[in-house]
Design a protein around this ligand. Sequence first.
Ligand code: HEC
Length: 182
Amino acid sequence: MAAMALSATIAVAASPGDRTVQALMDGWVDPSADALWAAVGEVQTRDGLHVRAPRSDVAWRRLRARADRLVAGARRLALARTAGGEGHGLADASTPGTRTAAQITADIQADPARFAAAAGRLERAGLDAATAIDRKDPRALTSAGATIDAACEACHAAYWYPRTPPAPLPPDEDFARSATAP
Ligand code: HEC
């Protein structure tokens, strides 16, 4: 009985739903990062610069839970090997040149360590956010938020966004003309 219960738990933990990049983005990474970004910031008003920040211990604690979930999501992401769940279209799929789930999956599987390294950057930025939250330091959290954003964008640019097509090699004739043009 105990063994059965255990294997059932493992089956749930390893359900494909939480293992695709898409599921991790939508369920773990994106909402957690959004909460961190929304919690702090600088607002310029007529009276001067105001720093937005959580106002109570409870609010800081809630934010810490968001940072923890971002870090946990990044750790899961490092182990992810497929982009989208079966039958799920990826966001932005209609933008020409956006890489398909199959292409992204192939890129990840060709070099899983590279993908894990990109996820590792997000994990470290999430840990910086957690430290800033523990110190109740809005400026440090804003700065960790910027690093989080950079980690998102770097991975998206490498795996997801359209790639600039390589410049075509000019035909011999044109090459000779353009190379010798005054
Ligand atoms: C290690 C790589 C990696 C990191 C880091 C990463 N992403 Fe992604 N993300 C992807 C890939 C690959 C896709 C496109 C494929 C997909 O949707 O599964 C994607 C897609 C998404 C999507 C669209 C999901 C959908 O439904 O199609 C959102 C939203 C998103 N990312 C948000 C974020 C945010 C916010 C961060 C940072 C806090 C982040 N991602 C960090 C790899 C990453």
